[in-house]
Ligand binder design. Sequence first.
Ligand SMILES: *[C@@H]1O[C@H](CO)[C@@H](O)[C@H](O)[C@H]1NC(C)=O
Ligand SMILES: *[C@@H]1O[C@H](CO)[C@@H](O)[C@H](O)[C@H]1NC(C)=O
Length: 425
Amino acid sequence: MLHRRKTVLLSVLLFVLASAFVEELNDSFMETKAADDIWLIKFYAPWCTLCKQLDPVWHQIGSELKSLGSPVNVGKSDATSNTGLSKEFRVRNYPAILMLKKGVKYNYSGPRTKEGILDFADRVGGPLVRSLSSPQLFQHAMSHHDILFVYVGATSQLKGNYTSAAEELIVHTYFFSAARDVLPKTVSLPSLPAVVVFKDRTFFTYNEERDGDLKLWINRERFPNYSKIDSYTLYAMGESGKLVLLALVEEKYQCEQSLRYKSLVEKVAADHRETYSRNFYFGFMEGSDYVNGLVMCDVIVPSFIVVNLSNDGYFIPTSAVETERHLLDFLDGVLDGSIQCQGGNGGLQRVRRLIYDVKVTLTPIFSQAPLLGCFLVGFPITVIAVLCYLSCKFRPTLVDNDDEGVALLAPSLQRRKKLKHKKSE
Ligand SMILES: *[C@@H]1O[C@H](CO)[C@@H](O)[C@H](O)[C@H]1NC(C)=O
Ligand SMILES: *[C@@H]1O[C@H](CO)[C@@H](O)[C@H](O)[C@H]1NC(C)=O
């Protein structure tokens, strides 16, 4: 009896603590919140399992930010019952993670891990451009970030452009500023003001004439030249407009060949950066689920593939790649068009992809519960057949529209989102 009462007390206490860290928000939130409050909000739906899985992480995030004395408030909201609020935040999928700061909303699209989300909260919650006022602070920042964008110099139009790029891209990367004498002497800058990115153990200076728009340049350069790439990163790299050369390797217990492929890519990335970094990112990916979905079959692991995330296209070497020379020939073939791009996001590809996705989803169901499988396949087919019959009957001409018609059925973005969900499960 006593034991039970203790348990009840404990759960009440836990509940009180938890609700102190994470506030449940409803439709009145936008009116009641203070104007300059900063909020990190998770929108969920009661039926969404991914949202439930995120619950403990969310509480940890709430308690951690509170104990760090962070200005960021943590909240959550049931998007299905607080439709006003979810409309205000344009919530389209669950769980949606957003930040609100000075009336501006920032979407989080990285992995749903405590580290990823806390980093996002820290980045967006803090100043847009962080000033590095001493060499020590600069060194500290260097040791904590793989990619470091720094504005060097006094106030200028370039600074204005830098700040407005930060407003949009702060969701992805940190922005810093420093005076010239804060940077090491070895960093030679042709002129001031300048925007510099430190990465890959070296640095690159932005040049408007050569690099074009500053925001696009930052978006292109915000990944390391060579890195381990997961599906979130690969997807995000699509925005950069660069191609990605991947060594696909096993998720665990990488064989000797995998390790060799990885180091081959790393070597090419480092030694031929001048030639290829304009067009390519390099990396390796563990596990082939994401790429299988793109290629629509089980790709061989280990292997090499170049993907074009802007159009879901990909390139496969036409002959065995075992040496650096072979790999360079492969990259040149991709660039000069002698190796054919496969896949893509045309109408036919989308239909194929839809069929592939359905197949991948249904195969395990069929092998475990054939009857359920038959129902899952049979029922929609019947419905589609009936709909087709009706539409043919009432609309005699059916135009074969390559892109628009099918886009409704299988936008590749949705496929990726689904894959991303699968990944985080
Ligand atoms: C700032 O951006 C504008 C266009 O957005 C551009 O015309 C201008 O040259 C840029 N200024 C500098 C100094 O980069
Ligand atoms: C990648 O896709 C984009 C968008 O369709 C296209 O403009 C670009 O030429 C493609 N790159 C290569 C190397 O095929």
